[in-house]
Design a protein around this ligand. Structure first.
Ligand SMILES: Cc1cc2nc3c(=O)[nH]c(=O)nc-3n(C[C@H](O)[C@H](O)[C@H](O)COP(=O)(O)OP(=O)(O)OC[C@H]3O[C@@H](n4cnc5c(N)ncnc54)[C@H](O)[C@@H]3O)c2cc1C
Length: 249
């Protein structure tokens, strides 16, 4: 981080996926100037765009009997819309999928009754998190549920030869392509964020004055050093190895 004349830092972010881009938008809202170094040609074009987009409620983590995974997922899910609204303008109903159904395969490790009990635990956990935060799932849903489907309804969606049971839920995914596009649009509307696309960070170097520079290559493979960022903390992370995977990139 490099301090500017207002006393606010200039921040370098390596990787412009969902995490890097949202971090940049939040920092720019708080008055920081931000450079995003992205190895590819545009932001939010890798895993954050090409994924299922599910806003998990913990249903699929039935083998974690501690419920820790479900709890973490529910805490994230209930804040998702609230957080995104800080950085982009959207109507969640334009982004939402149809609700998920879960089919229980005959060879599954978790049988239908065990799953039904797990889904109920998720619903109870959701109640707790909802009462602590006052938030709704996707800003709309106050209660989550799972409902066991009858044989006829199952036959309409899956081959009963392979399926023991099925559940309807009110868990949803969002359209990750639309989300990616909205995030890129939001970044393009702030002059506090500079996107250094096609810039793969391949190294970090500490200077004598404790600042550090990023070494990055462009599409033609030319290697460039970034301006210096003040960064004892980052440098310490590098020394401890937390950032070494970036250097190896
Ligand atoms: C198949 C699949 C399905 C998934 N389904 C879901 C789901 O349904 N729900 C869910 O919540 N999560 C899902 N995930 C997980 C989710 O996609 C990731 O948790 C999320 O995208 C991570 O965001 P990120 O910004 O950390 O990573 P990314 O989107 O991968 O962004 C990292 C960025 O850093 C850039 N980069 C990397 N190294 C460098 C470097 N050295 N220099 C410059 N730039 C660099 C990359 O080019 C990339 O753009 C899924 C993931 C996969 C792979």
């Amino acid at each position: 981080m490099l301090r500017n004349r207002d006393g606010l830092g200039r921040v370098a972010i390596i990787g412009g996926g969902l995490v890097g881009t949202c971090t940049a938008l939040e920092l720019s809202d708080r008055g920081y100037k931000v450079d995003i170094f992205e190895a590819h040609s545009e932001l939010v074009c890798k895993a954050s765009q090409h994924n299922e987009g599910k806003i998990y409620l913990g249903f699929i983590y039935a083998l974690d009997l501690s419920l820790n995974t479900a709890h973490t997922m529910i805490e994230g899910a209930i804040q998702f819309v609230e957080l995104l609204s800080r950085w982009i303008k959207f109507d969640i109903e334009d982004l939402m999928s149809t609700p998920f159904h879960y089919c229980v395969h005959k060879g599954t490790l978790a049988k239908a009754d065990k799953l039904a009990a797990h889904y109920q635990s998720c619903a109870d956990l959701f109640e707790d998190v909802r009462s602590q935060t006052g938030l709704k799932y996707l800003g709309l849903i106050e209660k989550i549920y799972s409902r066991r489907m009858n044989e006829q309804d199952i036959a309409d969606i899956a081959n009963p030869e392979y399926i023991d049971a099925a559940f309807e839920t009110n868990e949803y995914a969002i359209d990750t392509y639309k989300l990616a596009s909205l995030l890129r649009q939001s970044v393009s509307q702030t002059d506090k964020i500079t996107v250094r696309a096609n810039s793969k960070v391949v190294g970090l170097k500490k200077s004598d004055d404790n600042s550090f520079r990023k070494q990055y290559s462009n599409l033609e493979g030319a290697i460039t050093w970034s301006p210096p960022y003040q960064g004892n903390r980052v440098w310490n992370l590098v020394r401890k190895g937390s950032l070494l995977r970036v250097m190896a990139g």
